[in-house]
Structure formats: structure tokens, C-alpha cells
Design a protein. Structure first.
Length: 550
């Protein structure tokens, strides 16, 4: 269609106008300090996109729309407008340097929500108490504070999410066809509200040489706005809905220290660790699996399990295990069933079973900085414990006979062991490349059975899933200050040089290219975290800089 050339020109305009008017009031009463802030804000966003394209140049080598016949020229125009108006207030109070209280409130009106639901209010309250102000100064517990907060945050929808639009009419002969676009609007959308609370403490010991910061948090999203893939029975592929709730619980710990401090040498160290447990709360009735994106690679999909299930789940297919009892209950982890109709392992009937959880058990970083006179050396180590990664790259290579796995036994034979899926009898069948085999009345060569064995191997998602741990040398930096060496002149006030490297080394049990993967781009998107499908690994980078001050 485009053998004779194609030309495309787009004009994209983005306008964002905002106003913010506020007033501050401050008053002190003895040991109390009071502040009040009130204000209003408006945001107006407009996007305009015009695309002119055509194909089939009349004269080769002349790149111009004038060189394309009118019937092969096309024009598209898209405009998106959104407006938000809000009012807000904040009250702050403190007593000496001991107690602090902050209360906020905001109400927004959004043009992207239905008229009855376009107004939404979200408040917050936070407080802290520095209890060491009540004690006499000492060198053991230098500073101590406890804090707590509760807050809500409101969110509107994308522009025109409440409306359903028609596709461009299609003419076929004497007939003209019309239809809705694949995303169904929702005239009953409600604003999304996230409610969160957290408690924590901050402690410093030994004159600040040792510090601890701890936070525990909980958040829950109500009426989350999403456009998931649901049943096509409603005439659309996706629909803007208030899907339900997302619940997160977790904690963060930061430990800081200065193990060594002398005149010419200082060592600073910071350890940050955190974990999060996310789950999908109440969801739409009748929906057993929620697919937040189109991330589907190999035999797995990125999914969330409603009603308390994993938020970063992997669903896929697996081999069927042997069964026991009158109800044929599977013995998970037992021997595989062998299907007599194929001579290979039987695939479990469910292709949407949870086979993994991409959420790590915990993550963290360790940063060290050394000052040796005018020399500074620092490095950052990142680590992750747990969290499943699907090696879709290996799946692709196995399915195409390019993986080292497929060289097993020199490709001369493969062995299938397990139990007969019908009789339960033991099976130990070896297929040799130079022989033939009768499978359910059909004769196959040994080479064909070896090929089918690896195709069957690819059907088991577990064969490509690893619970991943890693340790990365995220950055290494060395700098030297030469200022003392040039102090006899008055032109250059300061001179320093720095060399930095990032993503230098990775130690991991993952056999793919890079455990820190997200198959992004196209249909992957952010929902593809933990899926490695022909992904590009993180690149190492090096930089050198000179800092001059005159």
C-alpha cells in the first residue's frame, strides 16, 4: 500500500493556564504559634492535535502533499479540554518546639466528571510530638519525635471519560457502517478518593552520630477509576469505571550513622529499607481477574486478583499434577499428568491461574561516603529480596529452538515421566530422534516429538519464573578538591574534579539479562514490571566533570 511512499505531518499544541491566589494569617500567643492559609486555584488544560497524512507519491523523489492525489490524502483533528477549580485551607499550630499540628482541607470541581459528582472534598490532619524537649540534654538520646497523620486525596478522570464516541463511518459499496469506539464512556463516574494514614518516629543518638527513622503506613483507594478489559458483550473492549479499591500496607526504615569521625577522615553510612504489600479490595461483581494493562507476553499476563488477592500477580498456564481421592484433588508439587492423546504433559484446564507475585518481599539501598582530606569516595548498593520475574526472553528462545535448554541430550532424545492422566499408571517414555512413535493412532517421527516436547515445555509458565534476588552497585563516585593546591593565585577560587559510574555491577540469581525489568513500550506499559520479554537491560554510564569557580 505504501510502496510508493507515505508522508505524515502532525501539529501538536499544549496549553496549560493556572492561577493560585492565597492569603496567610499569623498570630503568636505566648508559647503558641498559629498560622492560617486560605486560597483558590484554577487549572485549564487544552491539547490540540492535527495530523495530515497521505500515501502514493505521483512522482518519485518529490516529498510533498502536492505530489499526492486528493483521494489519498487524509486529515485528523483532535481537541481535548479540561478544567479544574479548587479552594483550600490550611491551619498550623505549634507549642514551643514540642508539639505541632496541621489541618488541611480542599474542595475541587472538575469538568471531567458528571455534574452530580464533579465536586469532591478531601481533608488531612497531621501531628508530631518532640518528647526529648521534656528531658534534660544528654549524649545518649539526642533527639526523639513521634508523628502521625491521616489524609485523603481526590482524583478526577481523564477528559471525556464520561462520553462514548462514534468511529469514523466506513463505506463499503452502497452501504455505510457506523459504530462506537472501543472505549465505552461512563456517565455515572465518581471521583477517586485515596485515604491513608501513617505513624512513625525519628530518633537520634550519640549527638547525631546514629539515627533511626521508622514509618508504618496504610492506604486504601475507593472508587478507583480505571479502563480495564471486561466482557465484550456490552459492545466495547474497554470501559471507564469505578473499579473498586486498592489497599497498600508497608513500612520504611532509614538508619544513618557516622562510625568514624576524625580530623582527616569521616565515614557516613545510610541504610534504607522498605516493603509494601498491595492487594485488590472489593471489585466488580462477577469479575474474577482484573487486567490493568495489556501486558501479555508468552504464557503470562499481568493481573490483579479482586477481593483481597495479589495486586501485582502473574497469571498463566501450568502442567496438571497427579490427583488423589474420589474428588480427584490435585497433589500440588507432585508428579505431572501425561496426556495419552499427545504423549506429553497435560496442560491444566485453567489458563488464568495465579502463577507468581511480582511484588518483592523488601527492597533497600546502602549508601557509603568517605571523606579523606580533600578526597571523597561514595558508592550506593541497591538490593531486592524476592518478587517473581517471568523470563519471556527465554520463553521466546526455547519456542524457537534458540535456547541452550533445547540442546539437552544433544537433541537426540527427551524423556517424559509422570502418571497417565486417565489411568494414573506410571509413565516413563523416552522419544529418540531416529525412531517413530504412534500417538493416539497418529505416527510421529522422533524429531517431531522432540520439537513438540519443547513446545509443551513452553506451556508451563513456571518453567520461566524465578523468585529474584539482586545486589547492584548502582553508583560509584570519586571526587578530589584541588583548591588548596592553587591557593597562591587569585583567578580560580575553587577547582574540583569528579568521576562517576552508574549501574556498574549486578549480582543475582536471575539467569536472564537483567532482573530489573519492565517490558515497557507498546502494550507493555508500567503494568509489565517483572516481565522480561526481549527487554533491553539497564545500561552502564560513565561521566567525568570539572568544577571551576572564579
Amino acid at each position: 500500500m505504501y510502496q510508493n511512499g507515505r508522508l505524515n505531518k502532525s501539529d501538536y499544541t499544549y496549553n496549560y493556564i493556572s492561577t493560585n491566589v492565597m492569603s496567610n494569617f499569623h498570630k503568636t500567643f505566648g508559647d503558641f504559634d498559629l498560622n492560617l492559609l486560605v486560597g483558590t486555584t484554577t487549572e485549564s488544560t487544552e491539547r490540540h492535535n492535527q495530523t495530515h497524512w497521505g500515501y502514493d507519491f505521483i512522482t518519485a523523489g518529490t516529498i510533498s502533499f502536492n505530489n499526492i492525489s486528493k483521494e489519498n490524502q487524509f486529515f485528523k483533528d483532535a481537541t481535548s479540554k479540561k478544567r479544574l477549580v479548587g479552594v483550600y485551607g490550611e491551619f498550623r499550630a505549634s507549642y514551643k518546639n514540642i508539639a505541632y499540628l496541621t489541618v488541611t482541607g480542599r474542595n475541587d470541581w472538575s469538568s471531567t466528571l458528571p455534574i452530580d459528582n464533579r465536586s469532591y472534598f478531601y481533608p488531612s490532619v497531621s501531628g508530631s510530638f518532640v518528647f526529648t524537649e521534656l528531658f534534660s540534654k544528654n549524649d545518649i538520646l539526642t533527639f526523639g519525635k513521634v508523628r502521625a497523620s491521616w489524609a485523603q486525596v481526590g482524583k478526577d478522570a481523564n477528559a471525556y471519560a464520561t462520553l462514548t464516541y462514534l468511529e469514523t463511518p466506513i463505506t463499503y459499496g452502497s452501504f455505510t457502517g457506523v459504530g462506537n469506539q472501543y472505549v465505552l464512556g461512563n456517565a455515572y463516574l465518581k471521583p477517586e478518593i485515596q485515604t491513608a494514614w501513617e505513624v512513625g518516629t525519628e530518633l537520634r543518638f550519640l549527638g547525631g552520630r546514629l539515627g533511626l527513622d521508622y514509618t508504618y503506613y496504610h492506604s486504601q483507594t475507593k472508587n478507583q477509576i480505571a479502563s480495564p478489559r471486561l466482557s465484550n458483550a456490552n459492545g466495547s473492549i474497554m470501559s471507564s469505571i469505578n473499579s473498586g479499591s486498592v489497599i497498600n500496607n508497608g513500612m520504611e526504615i532509614a538508619i544513618t550513622g557516622k562510625p568514624i569521625v576524625t580530623k582527616d577522615f569521616e565515614w557516613n553510612i545510610t541504610l534504607n529499607t522498605s516493603y509494601n504489600r498491595g492487594k485488590l479490595g472489593d471489585f466488580l461483581d462477577g469479575v474474577s481477574m482484573f487486567y490493568p494493562t495489556d501486558a501479555q507476553f508468552g504464557t503470562v499476563k499481568a493481573a490483579s486478583v479482586p477481593n483481597g488477592g495479589k495486586f501485582l500477580a502473574l497469571v498463566g498456564s501450568r502442567f496438571a499434577y497427579e490427583t488423589t481421592g474420589e474428588d480427584n484433588q490435585e497433589i500440588i508439587g507432585g508428579r505431572y499428568q501425561v496426556d495419552a492423546t499427545t504423549g506429553l504433559y497435560k496442560i491444566h484446564s485453567s489458563t488464568s491461574e495465579v502463577v507468581g507475585n511480582r511484588e518483592p518481599k523488601f527492597i533497600g539501598g546502602l549508601n557509603n561516603t568517605f571523606h579523606i582530606k580533600d578526597l571523597t569516595l561514595s558508592f550506593l548498593l541497591d538490593f531486592r529480596i524476592g518478587g517473581d520475574v517471568y523470563n519471556g526472553t527465554e520463553y521466546y528462545m526455547v519456542s524457537n529452538g534458540l535456547s541452550k535448554r533445547t540442546l539437552e541430550n544433544g537433541r537426540e532424545y527427551v524423556t517424559v515421566t509422570g502418571v497417565d492422566s486417565k489411568t494414573g499408571a506410571d509413565i516413563n517414555q523416552t522419544y529418540y530422534a531416529d525412531q517413530s512413535y504412534d500417538i493416539n493412532g497418529v505416527t510421529y517421527s522422533g524429531k517431531a516429538m522432540i520439537k513438540k516436547y519443547w513446545d509443551n515445555y513452553c506451556s508451563n509458565s513456571y518453567n520461566f519464573i524465578t523468585s529474584v534476588n539482586w545486589l547492584k552497585l548502582r553508583s560509584l563516585s570519586v571526587s578530589y578538591d584541588f583548591t588548596k593546591l592553587i591557593k597562591r593565585q587569585n583567578v580560580i577560587k575553587r577547582l574540583s574534579v569528579t568521576a562517576t559510574g552508574t549501574n556498574l555491577f549486578t549480582w543475582t540469581n536471575y539467569k536472564g539479562m537483567d532482573p530489573e525489568v519492565s517490558t515497557a513500550g507498546g502494550t507493555g506499559g508500567s503494568g509489565a514490571t517483572g516481565i522480561d520479554y526481549c527487554s533491553v537491560p539497564s545500561t552502564s554510564s560513565f561521566s567525568f566533570g570539572v568544577n571551576l569557580t572564579f
